[in-house]
Design a protein around this ligand. Structure first.
Ligand SMILES: Cc1cc2nc3c(=O)[nH]c(=O)nc-3n(C[C@H](O)[C@H](O)[C@H](O)COP(=O)(O)OP(=O)(O)OC[C@H]3O[C@@H](n4cnc5c(N)ncnc54)[C@H](O)[C@@H]3O)c2cc1C
Length: 104
């Protein structure tokens, strides 16, 4: 079977590759870093969340971002399972602690 090619291993591309693989289909994920850098990303890693490392609100009742979190969890999201595994308390927000976090 011809693989599905995904260009870019950011949050969206990494999640898409995971979902395709979970569906039993062949997938190739292409990421340009570190050969070519971006102005925003600082690492070579896939699914890097740039800047503040916050996934914003996790309130699925009152906030659109929180609702998307909820829907992603229902779909078995790899990104959300990583965020949940590494979250720290911060009101209704879902911080993702990265390597450059000032709290580490
Ligand atoms: C300064 C800044 C601060 C931010 N802060 C936050 C925050 O605190 N919280 C938050 O939730 N969101 C934040 N965001 C937004 C968040 O980074 C984006 O919403 C998210 O990264 C989008 O994910 P994406 O997968 O669509 O794109 P990206 O994460 O940008 O992923 C795209 C990927 O594609 C790769 N790529 C691009 N072109 C090619 C190519 N031709 N070949 C191969 N690979 C390629 C790139 O290297 C990158 O890895 C911030 C954004 C910026 C710019």
């Amino acid at each position: 079977m011809t693989p599905i090619h995904i260009i870019g291993g950011g949050l969206a591309g990494s999640e898409a590759a995971w979902q395709i693989a979970q569906a039993g289909l062949p997938v190739v994920l292409h990421e340009m870093r570190p050969v070519r850098k971006t102005d925003a990303h600082q690492t070579e890693g896939l699914a890097e969340l740039v800047c503040s490392n916050s996934f914003r609100s996790d309130d699925s009742e009152q906030n659109a971002v929180g609702l998307i979190h909820h829907e992603l969890r229902q779909l078995g999201s790899l990104i959300m399972s990583c965020a949940d595994a590494h979250q720290v308390p911060a009101a209704v927000h879902l911080p993702w602690i990265g390597t450059d976090s000032p709290t580490l």
